[in-house]
Write a protein that binds this ligand. Structure first.
Ligand SMILES: Cc1cc2nc3c(=O)[nH]c(=O)nc-3n(C[C@H](O)[C@H](O)[C@H](O)COP(=O)(O)OP(=O)(O)OC[C@H]3O[C@@H](n4cnc5c(N)ncnc54)[C@H](O)[C@@H]3O)c2cc1C
Length: 435
């Protein structure tokens, strides 16, 4: 057997594609897809490989879009920016910053490509805000017959509704037009709080802040809360000194956290005590910075993750159920549980499609068996019609998923139209969409 030539960030997915293609423009992508379709071959676009699911696994032709990585046009007066599909978020943020623009919301990291991020429904937190795909105003796509489509909300509305979060199954995105906004800063207030207080006051915290999230350390009574808001006009603000940024983000959140994971792996009985230590070493801090630097943090400790979106009104109950499962079970969990919120959107396969949502994300260190824990969380989320993040681990298939999305059948009809021969399918799309 030959060794795999590609693996994802979580190191739980590998691939040995028969061919790797790095086209330089949309016309070359169209030519490649057209030839693949004629020859009955499969094409799978890959971003930065940050999905934990097999979403990006290509066994035949792996399409890397890293040469489509430029800002193609930017109108600072309207905020409309068109970028190549392979643009990594960290470069996009830097280039927007330089011309006085910002993304409205972001997730925890910036290593993904823009098209990889939107394709799985990547999101941050904010009760009035949607995931990154809600910022899309136009898409350039190569369809299953090798034609190039330029679409927006009014030109092929159905395809636009399906392809914004399309898990690579509705075409190869070659360019994305995003609605950005004038560059803005955020003031971050991060502080540990008793978990009982966080859950009692959850609605007030989530509704009273532009971006609210919390991380609860299992086996402890403490959560780290994060509140990010735009500073009031004229408010006194301060940046985090470089040494403090380094101490918090590199030493405590990554270096020390990795050492703790290794130690706990050998001595699981130490997890509750060390979780308490982790929760308290991340002490309170407040600072102001340009928005993308506040949203994003380095994540160097390798883990595996599952995340479920549930109706916003259920998120506290789901959290309580998961906490109570942890208390009852003998499983020890060394990674915090992350809870976030998002507003309902109109994207057919978005986890927030048609409903205000709460998100609960669970993690395990990469050398730990995550399955019993993640399956328990999946069962709990399932009781309230939970929808799994397309890029994070889950065991659901098309049979179950079709009842969890109001427009699932509409999306599948669009798929039959734009990729009737399933040029863009892989084992994962067969699992979640069925064929
Ligand atoms: C450390 C870490 C932190 C994370 N934090 C968050 C978070 O805060 N919020 C959140 O929601 N998610 C988060 N994720 C999940 C991550 O954002 C998603 O899995 C995202 O899809 C990864 O983007 P990528 O560029 O690596 O794409 P890949 O994982 O390589 O691909 C994802 C999907 O996009 C498709 N795709 C890629 N390019 C194209 C294209 N040009 N056209 C069509 N389809 C394409 C692929 O085929 C695949 O189906 C995190 C993941 C990790 C590892």
């Amino acid at each position: 057997m030959t060794s795999p030539t590609w693996q994802n960030w979580g190191r739980n997915q590998t691939a040995s594609p028969r061919e790797v293609a790095r086209p330089a423009d949309a016309a070359a992508v169209a030519d490649l897809v057209g030839r693949a379709a004629a020859d009955g071959r499969k094409v799978r676009a890959v971003g930065s490989g940050h999905s934990f699911t097999a979403a990006a696994v290509a066994s035949d032709i792996q399409l890397r879009l890293d040469r489509l990585d430029r800002v193609m046009s930017a109108d600072v007066s309207t905020g409309l920016v068109t970028v190549g599909a392979g643009m990594p978020l960290h470069r996009l943020n830097a280039e927007l910053d330089a011309i006085g623009l910002s993304m409205t919301n972001l997730g925890d990291i910036d290593a993904q490509t823009i098209s990889g991020a939107v394709s799985t429904g990547t999101h941050g937190t904010g009760e009035k805000l949607g995931g990154i795909a809600t910022q899309i105003r136009g898409l350039q796509l190569v369809l299953g017959n090798g034609s190039i489509a330029e679409i927006d909300r009014t030109t092929d509305t159905d395809l636009f509704n399906a392809a914004r979060v399309g898990v690579g199954a509705f075409g190869v995105i070659t360019a994305i037009t995003l609605q950005c906004e004038p560059r803005f800063e955020l003031t971050a207030v991060e502080e540990p709080m008793p978990i009982e207080r966080v859950i009692d006051e959850f609605d007030a915290l989530a509704d009273g802040n532009e971006h609210f999230e919390f991380y609860w350390f299992p086996h402890t009574d403490v959560a780290l809360t994060k509140r990010n808001n735009r500073p009031a006009e004229g408010a006194a603000t301060h940046r985090l000194p470089r040494w403090r940024e380094w101490l918090d983000d590199e030493v405590l959140s990554n270096g020390l956290f990795e050492l703790i994971q290794r130690y706990e792996h050998r001595r699981p009985a130490s997890i509750p005590r060390l979780n308490g230590l982790s929760a308290t070493t991340l002490s309170a801090r407040s600072f102001t910075d340009v928005s993308h630097r506040v949203f994003v943090s380095p994540r160097r400790v390798r883990f595996r993750e599952m995340e479920y979106a549930v109706p916003r009104s259920e998120i506290v109950n789901v959290f309580r159920e998961v906490r109570s499962w942890i208390q009852r079970s003998s499983t020890t969990i060394s990674f915090p549980i992350e809870v976030r919120v998002a507003a309902a959107d109109d994207i057919w396969l978005s986890t927030a499609s048609g409903r205000d949502s709460g998100y609960l994300a669970v993690h395990q260190w990469h050398r730990v068996d995550y399955e019993p824990y993640f399956r328990a969380v999946e069962a709990i989320a399932g009781q309230v019609v939970g929808r799994p993040h397309w890029g994070k681990l889950h065991w659901l298939d098309a049979e179950t998923l079709r009842d969890r999305y109001p427009s699932f059948a509409d999306a599948m009809r669009v798929r039959d139209r734009v990729d009737p021969h399933r040029v863009f399918s892989n084992a994962y799309t067969r699992q979640i969409f069925g064929d």
